[in-house]
Design a protein. Structure first.
Lengths: 113, 110
């Protein structure tokens, strides 16, 4: 059964550093998403991406964040200058259509020191 | 904000059916009810979804009341591996992102 995969599983970085989180969505899916979950809190939507552009983003997704689909398989989330409060689990998800079920990856645990 | 309310936690004996309720009295006619679960800190796992009719798949059954104000997710024979946080989410045909609430923490007890 196809799955969404994410790398790395864990990332530790210093405050102010740039990080890139990578995701490989399910191959025939066209819609891609990033969510995050701060420890002990709810899963929160960050951004959705379709046809090589952002289709929706939340208030959390400020200028520090960017997303890209650099090739036919990867979908990346970049945080330019990490802050302590960016420490969280980051989940990638993909779906066949915008009204379709979203399938989530295992997540990347980001720790900013 | 989430349009659904769920109990904070529930216990279920291993091998018994787990019935997880969800209230969604304000959802509109075109909003689907989705269920996901999150085991420990893993990614949310899709379970099932429905609009009006009851649905069943290999994981669970979803019973939606006729007035669509509430629904129940049924895990017919709960195992220890079903211990997780279960999320009931309402999403319309035009929405893209899922709005997660705090969910129900289900503990399956031996």
């Amino acid at each position: 059964e196809p799955e969404v995969t994410q790398t790395p599983s864990h990332q530790v970085t210093q405050m102010g550093q740039e990080v890139i989180l990578r995701c490989v969505p399910i191959s025939n899916h066209l819609y891609f998403y990033w969510y995050r979950q701060i420890l002990g809190q709810k899963v929160e939507f960050l951004v959705s991406f379709y046809n090589n552009e952002i289709s929706e983003k939340s208030e959390i997704f400020d200028d520090q964040f960017s997303v890209e689909r650099p090739d036919g398989s990867n979908f990346t989330l970049k945080i330019r200058s990490t802050k302590l409060e960016d420490s969280a689990m980051y989940f990638c998800a993909s779906g066949r259509g915008d009204q379709e079920t979203q399938y989530f990856g295992p997540g990347t645990r980001l720790l900013v020191l | 904000d989430a349009k659904t309310t769920q109990p904070t936690s529930m216990d279920c004996a291993e091998g018994r059916a787990a019935n997880l309720p969800c209230n969604h009295s304000t959802i509109s006619g075109n909003e689907y009810v989705y269920w996901y679960r999150q085991i420990h800190s893993q990614g949310p796992q899709y379970i099932i979804h429905g609009l009006k009719n009851n649905e069943t798949n290999e994981m669970a059954s979803l019973i939606i009341t006729e007035d669509r104000k509430s629904s129940t997710l049924i895990l017919p024979h709960a195992t220890l591996r079903d211990t997780a946080v279960y999320y009931c989410i309402a999403r319309d045909n035009y929405g893209q992102n899922f709005v997660f609430g705090p969910g129900t923490r289900l503990s399956v007890l031996p």
